[in-house]
Design a protein around this ligand. Structure first.
Ligand SMILES: NC(=O)C1=CN([C@@H]2O[C@H](COP(=O)(O)OP(=O)(O)OC[C@H]3O[C@@H](n4cnc5c(N)ncnc54)[C@H](OP(=O)(O)O)[C@@H]3O)[C@@H](O)[C@H]2O)C=CC1
Ligand SMILES: O=C1O[C@H](COP(=O)(O)O)[C@@H](O)[C@H](O)[C@H]1O
Length: 522
C-alpha cells in the first residue's frame, strides 16, 4: 500500500511539473476537496462502460485516486437503473471480500438518468440533475463518450448547449474510432473544434496509458546509453507488434466495418512508433511532446500497398471451440468479406535519424498468443572477427503481457571454452518490482483527465497525420477488394509476413534460447 502511495505521489509530481508550463490553472491537480467533480458516462448501458469505464472508476475510487467529492452519472437510452448497471458490471469489477463496504459506498455515489442522444430536452434534464450537486459552488464536469461514433456529433452539440459547467471546467473524453478515414476524421475534428477548445478534448488511445509505452520516453531520454545508437547508423529495423489469441467472438459486425488497420495499426501501433522515433522534446509539456510526435508523422509517406501483407483467419479444423471458426463463420460478418484481421505494414521515416530504417507494424487477431512489443534490432557488427558466429543485438520492450525490457547480446560461453553464445540483460517487471501493482491503462488516463494533463492524449493534428498515412491504402484495398491471404486460427499469421520481415532487414535466426532464472524453467 505504501509503495502504491509513493508511486502515486511521484506520478502526480510529474504531472504537476508538466502542468507548470500550461496556461491552464493547476486547480485540477490539487483534487480540490471543496468542489465536486461530476463524471458523466454517456452510453452507460453499453459494453465499454460495463467492461472498462465503471470498473476503472471503481478501482480509482477504492484506491482514493479521485477527488473526494466525485459523483458518477450514467446516461443512456435504456430505461435501466444504478442497481441494474451494478449487476451487469459486477463480473468485471474484481471486488475482494474485504472491499464490500467500500464497494457499496461507491455505488451510493452513482446516479442514472435515461435519455435520448438527439434530444435537447433530455440533455437539459441531465443538466438539471447534475446541477443539484453544484448549488452555490464551483463544480467540474467530465463527459465520457462511451458511444458509437454515429451519435458523437449530436451529443457534443447538446453538451455544449445545455450541459457545460457554469463555474468550473468541462472536459470531454472521446473514444476511438475518431472517424474512418482522413475526411471523416477531419469532419469530426472540425465539428469538435467548433464546440470546444482543444484543451477540453481528450482523445483516448488506451495504449498511451500502458506502463511500457509511457516508459519509452524515460528509457530514451533519461539514459545516456541508448540515445547515441538510436539511429540509422546502428539500427537495422524496428518492429512494433500486437497479437491477440482470439477472433471477433460474434462482434464481427463492428469489426468488419473497420478492420485491423483502423482497429490497431493506425492508432495504437502508430502512437508507439511516434514515441520510439521522435526527437527529444524541449520539455515534458504535453504540447512539446506532441509537437515532436507530429513532426515524425509528417516525415512518413502514406503506406503503399507493396509494403503491406493482409491476412484473414480461417478456422482450425483440429482446434477446439472458437478456434474451429474462421472470420467468415462469424454470423455478423458478410459472407464475402475481404476485411483484414491481420496486417503488416512497413513505414519509412524520411529524416536524418531514420532514413532507410524500416518501421514494421504488425497486428492480428486469432493468433498464437497475446503479445504487444517493440523490437529494436541492431545491425550486424562491422569488421567481424568471429567468423559469422555473432547474432544481432535486440532490445525488446514487452508491453504485455508481463511487462519487460530485455537486451539480447553476445557473451563468451562461460568456462574454458572461447566459444560465444547469445544471452540477455533482463529487466522483467514482475520480478524486479514485484511489490508494485501496475495500474490499468484506463486508470492512468482517467486520472490524467481529472488532472488536466493531455500528455497521453492524441491531439487533433496527430490524428489527421495518422489518417493521411493510412487513408490511401485503406481506400485502395476497399475499392479494389484486395483479397487477404488466409492464415489459420492459432498460428503466427501468414508466412508472407515473415518473408516481408526478411526483406525489411529483420533477421530471425531462431538461435536465441531464454534461460529464465526461475529454476522451474531451466
Ligand atoms: N524478461 C522476460 O520475460 C524474458 C523473456 N524472454 C522470452 O524468451 C523467449 C524468446 O525470446 P525472443 O526475444 O522472443 O526471441 P526469439 O528470437 O526466439 O523470437 C523473436 C520473435 O521472432 C518472431 N519469430 C518467430 N519465428 C519467426 C520467423 N520464422 N520469422 C520471423 N520472426 C519470427 C516471434 O514473434 P512473432 O510470432 O510475434 O512474430 C518471436 O517472438 C520469449 O518467449 C521471450 O518472452 C526472453 C528474455 C527475457
Ligand atoms: O482498441 C482495441 O484494443 C483491444 C486490445 O486492447 P488490450 O489493452 O487488451 O491490448 C482490442 O481487442 C480491440 O479490438 C481494439 O479495438
Amino acid at each position: 500500500m505504501l509503495d502504491k502511495k509513493k508511486n502515486w505521489e511521484l506520478y502526480l509530481g510529474l504531472l504537476r511539473n508538466s502542468l507548470k508550463h500550461t496556461d491552464e490553472s493547476c486547480d485540477g491537480i490539487r483534487f480540490d476537496s471543496a468542489h465536486p467533480h461530476i463524471f458523466i458516462i454517456l452510453g452507460a448501458s453499453g459494453d465499454l462502460a460495463r467492461k472498462k469505464i465503471y470498473p476503472t472508476l471503481w478501482w480509482l475510487y477504492r484506491d482514493q485516486l479521485l477527488p473526494p467529492k466525485t459523483i458518477f452519472y450514467g446516461y443512456a437510452r435504456s430505461k435501466t437503473s444504478v442497481d441494474e448497471i451494478k449487476k451487469k458490471t459486477l463480473p468485471y469489477m474484481n471486488v475482494k471480500s474485504d472491499e464490500q463496504e467500500k464497494f457499496d459506498e461507491f455505488w451510493k455515489m452513482n446516479y442514472y438518468i435515461s435519455g435520448k442522444y438527439d434530444s435537447r430536452t433530455d440533455f437539459e434534464k441531465l443538466n438539471q440533475e447534475i446541477s443539484r450537486f453544484e448549488t452555490s459552488t464551483i463544480a467540474n464536469r467530465l463527459f465520457y463518450l462511451a458511444l458509437p461514433p454515429s451519435v458523437y456529433e449530436e451529443v457534443t452539440i447538446h453538451i455544449r448547449n445545455t450541459c457545460m459547467s457554469l463555474k468550473g471546467w468541462t472536459r470531454i473524453i472521446v473514444e476511438k474510432p475518431f472517424g474512418k478515414d482522413f475526411d471523416s476524421s477531419q469532419k469530426l475534428s472540425d465539428h469538435l473544434a467548433s464546440l470546444f477548445p482543444e484543451q477540453q478534448i481528450y482523445r483516448i488511445d488506451h495504449y498511451l496509458g500502458k506502463e511500457m509505452v509511457q516508459n519509452l520516453m524515460t528509457l530514451r531520454f533519461a539514459n545516456r546509453i541508448f540515445n547515441p545508437t538510436w539511429n540509422r547508423d546502428n539500427i537495422a529495423s524496428v518492429q512494433i507488434s500486437f497479437k491477440e489469441p482470439f477472433g471477433t467472438q460474434g462482434r464481427g459486425g463492428y469489426f468488419d466495418e473497420y478492420g485491423i488497420i483502423r482497429d490497431i495499426m493506425q492508432n495504437h501501433l502508430l502512437q508507439i512508433l511516434t514515441l520510439v522515433a521522435m526527437e527529444k522534446p524541449t520539455s515534458l509539456h504535453p504540447d512539446d511532446i506532441r509537437n515532436e510526435k507530429v513532426k515524425v508523422l509528417r516525415s512518413i509517406k502514406p503506406l503503399e500497398p507493396d509494403h503491406v501483407v493482409l491476412g484473414q483467419y480461417v478456422g482450425n479444423p483440429k482446434g477446439e471451440g472458437d478456434e474451429k471458426l474462421g472470420y467468415l463463420d462469424d454470423e455478423t460478418v458478410p459472407k464475402n468479406s475481404t476485411t483484414p484481421t491481420y496486417a503488416l505494414g512497413v513505414l519509412h521515416i524520411n529524416n536524418e535519424r531514420w532514413d532507410g530504417v524500416p518501421f514494421i507494424l504488425k497486428c492480428g487477431k486469432a493468433l498464437n498468443e497475446r503479445k504487444a512489443e517493440v523490437r529494436i534490432q541492431y545491425k550486424d557488427v562491422a569488421g567481424d572477427i568471429f567468423e559469422g558466429r555473432t547474432q544481432r543485438n535486440e532490445l525488446v520492450i514487452r508491453v504485455q503481457p508481463g511487462e519487460a525490457l530485455y537486451i539480447k547480446f553476445m557473451v563468451k560461453t562461460p568456462g574454458m571454452s572461447f566459444d560465444m553464445e547469445e544471452t540477455e540483460l533482463d529487466l522483467t517487471y514482475g520480478s524486479r518490482y514485484n511489490n508494485i501493482k501496475l495500474p490499468d491503462a484506463y486508470e492512468k488516463l482517467i486520472v490524467d483527465v481529472f488532472c488536466g494533463s493531455q500528455m497521453h492524449f492524441v491531439r487533433s493534428d496527430e490524428l489527421s497525420e495518422a489518417w493521411r498515412i493510412f487513408t490511401p491504402l485503406l481506400h485502395f484495398i476497399e475499392k479494389e477488394k484486395i483479397q487477404p491471404v488466409k492464415y489459420m486460427y492459432g498460428s503466427r499469421g501468414p508466412k508472407e509476413a515473415d518473408e516481408m520481415l526478411l526483406k525489411n532487414n529483420y533477421i530471425y535466426t531462431g538461435t536465441y534460447h531464454w534461460k529464465s532464472n526461475d529454476s522451474s524453467k531451466l
